[in-house]
Write a protein that binds this ligand. Structure first.
Ligand code: PMP
Length: 439
């Protein structure tokens, strides 16, 4: 049984000793003391189904025994910096990771986070092209250091960074965007930006395959191929930020970009790569990787033996336990059930009344990266900002944890560990249904 401090004590210390900017979910924040696969346990031993752990990096499941063993074994053996000496943990994982990527994408730089990976990727694009201008998408999240905060395009996450050489293109958002699902129309904005906002040459373009923090926004079909083509014509490199969509999460493919039929020049990753261990990576071609030989470049702990041993164990678990396939099968089932929830009693919506039936405006995403956007009016798409908090709290009380995001904070983010089962999916939807019908 748990013998640690109470939630109240932890909260008091948090308020006194941790940054005032830190936030918690729920009116009464949850004290999680233990995790096992798709479950989290609080101090009273109460079990919660974790449908948001994926975003907090867990892809194989909390405390997956193989990953834990790899970490413990390597910690007992050696933990050191990545630089200076040889160690096979680093090269073994780089080799295994490179084999998951298409074409010439086979040179790996390890980092400690997604932010660092994107910072490095953007710097490499700038060095390689000799240009400074980077294009990112409105509503994107790419990190919280100076450069990546500039590329991030949501006022919620931006401080007063000096933002030079970044342009934010129109977001190809099928639900709220003005061109609906017509990806090619949105891509024209990239061409406009290049023609009117730059010298005609750019360093690159960075985007997520499905926007995570932005509220699980799938880029409209046809967008990425057209955008990549315009960027390439202007001499730029295309960067795919796979921090959330990578590692089998989208189910149909291992990487999010694959479902768009494009091959990036640089791929960045973090979160799921280490199942909770701080690890990130940039993968690119040998030719692009050359730019870092112009100066000395290193990262003390990026790709250290313990983290890379964990990374290798993660890849093996994904393969052996067929987690990508599970993400596809169970994720598709879950999405179908969420769509059915949305469609329930469609006729009442026509009356424009606020009711449970007009509550779900959109269900989207792929595999185990799903979003449910709550609105108080389906026609006006008015964000249900406060209602979502109520539903989340109630769902927590019934034993289900889900996340939220989107610019207005009105989108449920469902990103469970990839070992989530059909029964888990049923439980989640039943609890959501019950909670909403009580609103
Ligand atoms: N890119 C994306 C798509 C992300 O979602 C995040 C984190 N939410 C990052 C980059 C930054 O990663 P980190 O928090 O590990 O720096």
């Amino acid at each position: 049984a748990y013998k640690g401090p109470t939630s109240e004590e932890i909260l008091r210390k948090r308020k006194e000793f941790l940054s005032p900017s830190m936030f918690t979910f729920y009116k009464k924040p949850l004290n999680v003391v233990h995790g096992k696969m798709q479950y989290l346990f609080d101090e009273n031993g109460r079990r919660y189904l974790d449908a948001f752990g994926g975003i907090a990096t867990v892809c194989c499941g909390h405390c997956h025994p193989d990953v834990v063993k790899a970490i413990v074994d390597q910690t007992n053996q050696l933990q050191h910096s990545t630089i200076l000496y040889l160690n096979h943990a680093i090269t073994d994982f780089a080799d295994a990771l490179a084999s998951k990527l298409p074409g010439d994408l086979k040179v790996v730089f390890f980092t400690n986070s997604g932010t660092e990976a994107n910072e490095l990727a953007m710097m490499m694009a700038r060095l390689y092209t000799g240009c400074h201008d980077i294009i990112s998408l409105r509503n994107a999240y790419h990190g919280n250091a100076a450069g990546t905060m500039g590329a991030t395009a949501q006022s919620n996450w931006k401080f007063n960074v000096v933002q030079i050489g970044v342009h934010h293109a129109m977001n190809p958002d099928p639900y709220r965007g003005i061109f609906g699902s017509d990806g090619e129309k949105y891509a024209k904005d990239i061409e406009d930006l290049i023609q009117f906002g730059t010298s005609g040459h750019v360093a690159g373009f960075i985007s997520e395959a499905i926007q995570g923090v932005g509220g699980i926004v799938e880029l409209a079909a046809g967008y990425l191929p057209a955008a990549y083509s315009s960027v390439k014509k202007a001499g730029g490199l295309c960067i795919s930020d796979e921090v959330q969509a990578g590692f089998g999460r989208t189910g149909s493919h291992f990487w999010g970009f694959e479902s768009h039929g494009v091959v990036p020049d640089i791929v960045t990753m973090a979160k799921g790569i280490g199942n909770g261990i701080p690890l990130g990576a940039v993968v690119t071609t040998p030719k692009i990787a050359e730019v870092l030989t112009r100066r000395s470049y290193f990262n003390t702990f990026g790709g250290n033996p313990v983290c890379t041993a964990a990374g290798l164990a993660v890849l093996k678990v994904i393969e052996r336990e067929k987690l990508q396939e599970n993400a596809h099968v169970v994720g598709s089932y879950l999405k179908d059930r969420l769509c059915a929830l949305k469609d329930k009693h469609e006729s009442i919506v026509i009356n424009f009344t606020f009711s449970y039936d007009s509550f779900i405006g959109d269900v989207r995403g792929r595999g185990m990266m799903l979003g449910v956007e709550l609105v108080t009016d389906r026609h006006l798409k008015t964000p249900a900002k406060t209602e979502i908090l109520h539903v989340m709290d109630q769902m927590k009380d019934m034993g289900v944890l889900i996340g939220k995001g989107g610019f207005f904070g009105n989108v449920f983010r469902i990103t469970p560990p990839l070992c989530f089962t059909k029964d888990d999916a049923d439980f989640l939807v039943d609890v959501m249904d019950y909670t909403m019908s009580k609103m």
